[in-house]
Design a protein around this ligand. Structure first.
Ligand SMILES: O=C1C[C@@](O)(C(=O)O)C[C@@H](O)[C@@H]1O
Length: 254
């Protein structure tokens, strides 16, 4: 039986995919505004994409930003993500800086999830998973390809590796060049969720070509989908309210 994740009353891994909206503000005042906007959007979860934040190397500022976000959105599951430039993010940190940042955020008690990149190296992933779990924080282990869609076997390998390393939510996002790449991602998502995963997973085909993958997770086994309140954090995201309508239509079984 597949595990589900229940976080602040949101159940991930059953029914409609849960809608997660990223915060991409560069400063505390931008983040405060964005958080207020998110209150008016029907989001299930929020992701702070901290790589957009100007003062990411100033730990006091990071904590201040996190406190503002958490106090503006006290009820909603919150993901902390530093997405490195090599995986499609805005900035790069040293490995040591990346580990420290994630550990301190984990220990702050302000977030429900951290996102750890699979290619950080195995030891780092294991260490961050351990610290997170000791602090009752869940872990998304993520991997991205902004250039192409790898073969199905490679997508499955990465998702299985993430699961093996202790991810509560293994996640992959890849770039399609055509419809057959989208089918590859969807097939891998379906296979992973029905044959190999004992927990929810997330699988995304990006950009306009891949948009269908952001809508069809309930059928193909992807438990979370990212949408915008203001600014997209990756190509192909659509406004959260529109996305929710489509998810409800696809959920309707007649
Ligand atoms: O990894 C992901 C998925 C994503 O890249 C997307 O394609 O929606 C958006 C990112 O903010 C998030 O961290």
């Amino acid at each position: 039986m597949k595990r589900q994740l229940t976080v602040r009353g949101v159940v991930i891994g059953t029914g409609m995919p849960k809608v997660c909206v990223p915060l991409t503000g560069k400063s505390i005042s931008e983040l405060r505004e964005e958080a207020a906007l998110i209150k008016s959007v029907d989001a299930d979860m929020v992701e702070w994409r901290a790589d957009f934040f100007n003062d990411i190397e100033e730990f006091e500022e990071v904590m201040a930003a996190l406190t503002v976000i958490r106090s503006s959105l006290p009820e909603i599951p919150l993901i902390f993500t530093f997405r490195s430039s090599k995986e499609g993010g805005e900035k790069e940190l040293s490995l040591e800086g990346y580990v420290k940042l994630n550990e301190r955020v984990t220990e702050s008690g302000l977030v429900d999830f951290i996102d750890v990149e699979l290619f950080s190296d195995e030891g780092t992933v294991k260490r961050l998973v351990k610290t997170a779990h000791e602090n009752r924080v869940l872990v998304i282990v993520s991997t991205h390809d902004f250039e192409k869609t790898p073969p199905k076997e490679e997508i499955l390998y990465r998702l299985r590796k993430a699961q093996e390393l202790g991810a509560d939510l293994p996640k992959i996002a890849v770039m399609p060049k055509d419809a057959s790449d989208v089918l590859t991602l969807l097939e891998a998502s379906h296979m992973m969720s029905t044959q190999y995963a004992d927990r929810p997973i997330v699988a995304i085909s990006m950009a306009g070509t891949g948009m269908v993958s952001r809508l069809s997770g309930e059928l193909f086994g992807s438990a979370l989908t990212f949408a915008t309140a203001k600014k997209a954090s990756a190509p192909g995201q659509m406004p959260a309210a529109e996305l929710k309508k489509v998810l409800s239509l696809l959920h309707y079984q007649g």
